[in-house]
Design a protein around this ligand. Structure first.
Ligand code: 8YV
Length: 316
């Protein structure tokens, strides 16, 4: 930054009132709809020096090219799978995300989805509300969580936090990554199908992006088998969603707890009628405490950039 004039930025959103307000106090904010056509941005918007976006929208090469003065992209998410990081790098544009501050809450939701799915909590809630219990309906027994072999797909920050929470109840914790992780006693399974076959529950915690796209496919779901459950708090793109719906419909797996989907906010309608599926509208980081922590980290990164200081959580 060369002078003290307010800096124009683009905010793709709306994001979150606390963050929107704090950005408006610091910068000249051009609020742009997340689905706006970058080629149609008005000239004053194209003057922006920074862009604030979030996980499911990210930043395409097209929007970077539409903002010729762009220096910095601040993401209100840990996931940057929708950011063209190669393009940003090539153009010298910095990118920051929000790691760590959301780890505990995303891990909590994964554990909550595991219990809700295996213990049929959502389905039982529906039957009580419908008056079925009062009418004498007795729900079928379900399996137990305690003793299950928990397979963590992606033992990163969030995967480890999930594993730590489940240690006291799991029969075993195993994991599958591209390479064994350092500093862990959990059992590494190198082959994805072996990993699925040896897990009672797969919890998807890997980061998204092209390398993880449809990592969980029909073969892996079949290896997990009819007693197996899957929980996904990562990205919908990591699972072949059509294969998942088919496996659930045919009871080739026992159930699924899903916070993320391939084409959010659209959820395959076939899942709505399935009592062995628990659905969430992408809520992993959606607590008051964590969203404030994420917003403060976005602001701290932007402040550092504006002051010419080192970024706190750079991706690029
Ligand atoms: C949110 C997320 O969906 O951090 C991520 O990668 O997916 C979530 O925290 C989000 O980007 C907040 O709007």
């Amino acid at each position: 930054m060369t002078d003290n004039a307010p800096i124009p930025i683009v905010v793709l959103g709306p994001l979150y009132p606390y963050l929107d307000d704090a950005l408006a106090r610091r910068f000249i904010v051009h609020a742009v709809a997340a689905d706006a056509d970058p080629a149609a941005l008005p000239p004053q918007v194209r003057e922006a020096w920074a862009l604030v976006s979030f996980g499911s929208v990210g930043a395409s090469a097209a929007i970077m090219d539409a903002l010729p003065r762009l220096e910095m992209i601040g993401l209100f998410s840990v996931g940057y799978d929708k950011v063209d990081v190669d393009h940003a790098r090539a153009k010298g544009i910095r990118v920051t995300n929000t790691p760590d501050v959301l780890t505990d809450d995303v891990a909590d939701l994964a554990v909550g989805l595991l219990y809700a799915t295996v213990r049929h909590i959502a389905a039982h809630d529906r039957m009580v509300r419908a008056g079925d219990w009062a009418r004498g309906v007795r729900p079928a027994l379900c399996g137990r969580v305690t003793g299950k072999r928990i397979g963590i797909l992606g033992l990163g920050r969030i995967g480890r936090a999930i594993a730590r929470r489940l240690e006291p109840v799991a029969g075993e914790i195993l994991y599958h990554n591209r390479r064994p992780a350092a500093d862990t006693a959990y059992r590494y399974v190198a082959d994805a199908l072996d990993f699925a076959a040896q897990s009672d529950v797969i919890i998807v915690a890997t980061s998204g992006g092209p390398e993880a796209r449809r990592l969980v496919d029909a073969a892996m779901l079949d290896a997990l088998g009819p007693a197996g459950f899957i929980v996904n708090i990562s990205r919908g793109s990591v699972i072949d969603e059509d294969a998942l719906v088919a496996a659930l419909a045919d009871r080739r797996i026992a159930g699924a707890g899903l916070d993320v989907f391939a084409d959010e906010p659209h959820v395959p309608e076939a899942l709505f009628a399935m009592d062995h599926v628990v659905l969430q509208p992408h809520q992993g980081s959606a607590t008051i405490e964590t969203r404030k922590g994420m917003a403060d980290l976005v602001l701290a990164n932007l402040d550092a950039w504006a002051a010419g200081e080192p970024l706190l959580t750079p991706v690029v």
